[in-house]
Design a protein around this ligand. Structure first.
Ligand code: NAD
Ligand code: ZN
Length: 255
């Protein structure tokens, strides 16, 4: 796409954002790359080195659990301290101003919440990697204590309240999707007239079904992503450019 064409796409996006009564945003790893967190599919992604452990292995095997924790901490250490980027900040502002009804995210990096997106507008489909939780009673556990326990004992942590297994509060491969966020994401997809996909490859299911649900329910579907996605053919508008630049250039982030 030429620069001029890209400008035309961004103008159209800005018009559609201004016209929309209710916007639902759907974000993927691409909104956090500018913050220093690599996405999943890039060749140099640390996820390729520290491959996530499937949920069944985590449940079945103590050695797999310890390994899962080690890989989680290795990934966290790759990016270290990060701060929200432009997309997080703009969406938080729009959500606070009631222009965005919901931010559905596949990300586990906590950056939408930290940017100020109200929690009742934020749907974390794959959980949140900034804390841990007991798989049995749901009690929250903090990561530094988990890290210290593993370093001290070489064992995976269990819950003080119920002896259940404690795991990073994210949805692992093979773990079932959390029902409440799925229900909220579905409602937000049905309840919007503009659905914005921002920085997602749209290959992870069932999350990638939500743009289709919105489109079928009559919303305009816009995909802002550097690479092609499987839903490009059904989108009303595709902007293949840097997502932070694009959203900032809609001119709607500062008012
Ligand atoms: P993905 O890695 O599959 O795709 C990211 C997409 O963003 C790619 O198509 C890439 O072209 C695009 N992209 C990257 N930087 C961009 C930029 N600056 N501007 C525009 N486009 C950009 O990510 P996904 O679709 O979210 O799925 C990955 C899965 O892995 C998710 O389930 C998620 O839970 C997890 N994940 C999360 C994080 C995070 O929390 N930040 C990071 C990596 C992976
Ligand atoms: Zn418990």
């Amino acid at each position: 796409m030429s620069r001029a064409e890209a400008r035309g796409e961004v103008e159209r996006l800005a018009e559609w954002i201004a016209e929309a009564e209710r916007i639902t945003a759907f974000t993927g790893a691409g909104v956090s790359t500018e913050c220093g967190i690599p996405d999943f599919r890039s060749a140099d992604s640390p996820w390729r080195v520290h491959k996530p452990i499937p949920f069944g292995d985590f449940l079945a095997d103590e050695a797999a659990r310890v390994e899962a924790w080690k890989r989680k901490f290795a990934i966290d250490d790759v990016h270290g301290e990060v701060s929200p980027g432009r997309v997080h900040r703009i969406l938080a502002q729009w959500a606070t101003q009631d222009r965005v009804g919901a931010v559905i995210t596949q990300n586990i990096d906590d950056l939408h919440r930290r940017a100020g997106t109200p929690e009742d507008r934020l749907v974390e489909l794959h959980g949140n990697g900034s804390y841990a939780a007991c798989l049995d009673c749901g009690l929250r556990h903090e990561l530094p204590a988990m890290r210290a326990f593993i370093a001290r004992t070489g064992r995976s942590p269990v819950c003080d309240a119920c002896d259940g297994l404690v795991k990073s509060a994210t949805i692992a491969f093979g773990q079932s999707m959390p029902p409440e966020p799925m229900r909220r994401a579905r409602r937000a997809s049905l309840d919007c007239d503009l659905f914005l996909v921002l920085g997602s490859s749209l290959v992870v299911r069932p999350a990638a079904a939500f743009p289709e649900i919105a489109k079928q329910a009559g919303a305009r579907l816009v995909i802002v992503n550097r690479d092609p996605t499987p839903l490009d053919a059904v989108a009303d508008l595709i902007v293949r450019d840097d997502v932070g630049d694009v959203l900032a250039r809609t001119g709607r982030g500062d008012d």
